[in-house]
Design a protein around this ligand. Structure first.
Ligand code: IPM
Ligand code: MG
Length: 366
């Protein structure tokens, strides 16, 4: 029997309630496979700061270090609550970024997937969506502007100024590019390289390295596209993209735009992968305004479980079953109030009922 330890960090806002549904799904997988999951729940995020004085407590770090994978919910509280936390201990700077750096999860996989049956969620016209959307965005996650040197001060003229640098070395670039090429080999063998080499030196080096790594993947066609143009084409013709690779900040922005073309960031799970560690999280925030109301859709959290099964535990069949189960629930006409409007013809159900229905569908598969 395979035994895996999973660090479970429910997070803030809607985190705990969507995590509960994700765990339900994981239990079904455990029951019917020769596998056991040992779940260790730990505090992380703004609530962890208020309870333990630290958004990423040492005890949580120890549990993540021991785990085979970490499953993390969204973090962050309302503006007013956040104001009570010292700037460097707020959940983004004090927890998420340190987690990424510490685990060295440099490759962020953000699938942008909308099967034809769910096309009604998208704000795009049916003729633009065509047969559905199926893109894999690969975002560098531990470098660039996010982690470059920063300087804040007053200059010679007495003006306040700030300086932040976008830093990468060739190894950091080559390893993420290699990840992207490998994914291309399992898909359509077309890589869209997102850059801004008409302005940024970092993109000049990035593109040079794309050319070098490409020699090891002669079957993959590389298409270079400026990041601003890519933003336009994501709206006008998302079907042209299959795998897209980009640096950290470009990836943050384009992946949220991708959530927009799907109709909601609630449809965006993600995987953060390093050479030795991996963690899984929804790409969206903690939506504190609806936290605890049992109306948030758990798709992104359950989808993160599906990605964990595929990428950390080598269970691609169960992973596929979970995607299918979630899609069936939508296709049967059920949705949650955060994703769909009252009166839009859907059967409105709560977070936990959505999870229960996914579980029921999953039981029919596999
Ligand atoms: C994301 C988020 C994070 C990021 C924030 C919460 C630090 O927006 O995962 O996309 O900017 O990377
Ligand atoms: Mg983001």
């Amino acid at each position: 029997m395979n035994k895996y330890k999973i660090a479970v960090l429910p997070g803030d806002g809607i985190g705990p309630e969507i995590m509960r549904e994700a765990i339900k799904v994981l239990k079904i997988v455990e029951q019917r496979n020769d596998v056991s999951f040992e779940l260790q729940e730990s505090p992380f995020g703004a609530s962890a700061y208020f309870e333990h004085g630290n958004p990423f407590p040492e005890s949580t770090k120890a549990i993540c270090a021991e785990a085979d994978a970490t499953l993390k919910g969204p973090v962050g509280l309302s503006y007013d609550e956040t104001e009570k936390i010292p700037v460097d201990l707020r959940p983004e700077r004090g927890a998420i970024l340190p987690l990424r750096k510490w685990l060295n999860t440099y490759a962020n996989f953000r699938p942008v997937s909308l099967p034809k049956g769910l096309a009604h969620f998208s704000p795009l016209k049916p003729e633009i969506i065509g047969d559905g959307i199926d893109i894999l965005m690969i975002r560098e996650l531990v470098g660039g502007l996010y982690f470059g040197s920063k300087e804040v001060g007053v200059n010679d003229k007495g003006l306040r100024y700030v300086k932040e640098s976008l830093e990468y070395d060739e190894e950091q670039i080559a390893r993420i590019i290699r990840v992207a090429f490998k994914q291309c080999m399992t898909r359509k063998k077309v890589l869209h390289n997102i850059h801004k080499n008409n302005v940024l030196k970092s993109s000049v080096l990035w593109n040079e390295i794309v050319g070098e790594v490409a020699k090891d993947f002669p079957e993959v066609e590389v298409i270079h596209i400026l990041v601003d143009a890519a933003a336009t084409y994501l709206c006008l013709n998302p079907g042209q993209f299959d795998v897209m690779v980009m640096e950290n900040m470009f990836g943050d922005i384009l992946s949220d735009q991708a959530g927009g073309i799907l109709g909601s960031l609630g449809l965006m799970p993600s995987a953060c992968i390093g050479d030795e560690s991996a963690y899984y999280e929804p790409s969206h925030g903690s939506a504190p305004d609806i936290g605890g109301k049992n109306i948030a859709n758990p798709y992104s959290m359950i989808g993160s479980v599906a990605m964990m099964l595929e990428l950390s535990f080598n269970m691609p069949d169960e992973s596929r079953n979970i995607w299918k189960a979630m899609q069936s629930v939508f296709i049967q006409g059920y949705s949650t109030p955060d994703l769909s409007k009252q009166g839009s013809g859907v059967n409105m159900i709560a977070t936990d009922e959505f999870g229960d229905r996914v579980v029921d569908e999953l039981k029919k598969l596999g």
